[in-house]
Design a protein around this ligand. Sequence first.
Ligand code: FAD
Length: 316
Amino acid sequence: MYRFSGSAMGTQYTVKVVELPAAVLPTALGEDIVRLLGEVDTKMSTYRSDSELSRFNDARSTQWIPVSQEMITVVDEALRVSTMTQGAFDITVGPLVDIWGFGPTLRPERIPAKLEIDSELARVGFRHVHTRENPPALKKDLEEIYIDLSAIAKGYAVDKVADHLDGLEISNYMIEVGGELRLKGYNTHRIPWKIAVERPAPEVRAIHSVIQPGDKGVATSGDYRNYFEQEGKRYSHTIDPRSGLPIDHSLASVTVIADTAMYADAMATAFMVIGSTEGYSLAQRNNLAVFFVSKSATGFTEQATPAFSRYFLANE
Ligand code: FAD
């Protein structure tokens, strides 16, 4: 087992590889991983003023602005998820994330005034963003549009590392960046990787269930890590772009299994906005593997789509 870990994109990453092809040197592979994650950061971070995304956000222009092909790949997928979820997932939500204090501009924990929320809502809406394939470029209908890729670009970074390992003909790996995962082949016990789904409790890290997804992407979104409380009410970092308010329902976490970590990442956030009832029927209609864990008076209740249930490991 070779293990590569470190920090990237404001979170931690771990890459585990079982057996390396003779031509692949561990130190070189470790350097490749740092470089690949760094490329996503320099393109898609809102925490760096010199990133490609920040330059687009800061441009007071509604003209086509040249960007990398990777940016188009991610924004296209984000717009596809926005359309599928009627705007529950929306990368133009950045200004709302910021005024609620969950973005790069550190703010005191406070509840913004309704007037402030309404004025930021006026510059939110995924339909105001357009992509062009060739040459790759982005355009916004309103100069003040501010894109936040925090709910999809980590998943993209995981897929980017997975594609690189596939290119090196590495057959057994587990890649994790800030809770988004891609799995392939077997662990050191020669069985498909097992993943623990966390109990969504803020005060304790405990396992809720164990899954064995096979060669898939896995992402979990929840309201139990990144939130603030005021007068006994919890304000989550997941914002409903339609109301401008943090989500306010009993859903504590959502885990999505899909072919890519990028899609799983975006859909997990979308389901956190939609909630478990509507989310379960959307997941069913699209035959998606989704696991909802909701807070209840006595602890947690859970609901897994049939497409997800097949991955549970019994008695783990
Ligand atoms: P997820 O559920 O995956 O994403 C929630 C985040 O998505 C929210 O924090 C908000 O930003 C956004 N969001 C909220 N509601 C919606 C919605 N309805 N639709 C779409 N998006 C929504 N953090 C740092 O502290 N320092 C850094 O330097 C840093 N650099 C980063 C660089 C990159 C390239 C990226 C992608 C992120 C970076 N981050 C940084 C943010 C951090 O890594 C996580 O992305 C963030 O904490 C959210 O990830 P999550 O898995 O916790 O939640």
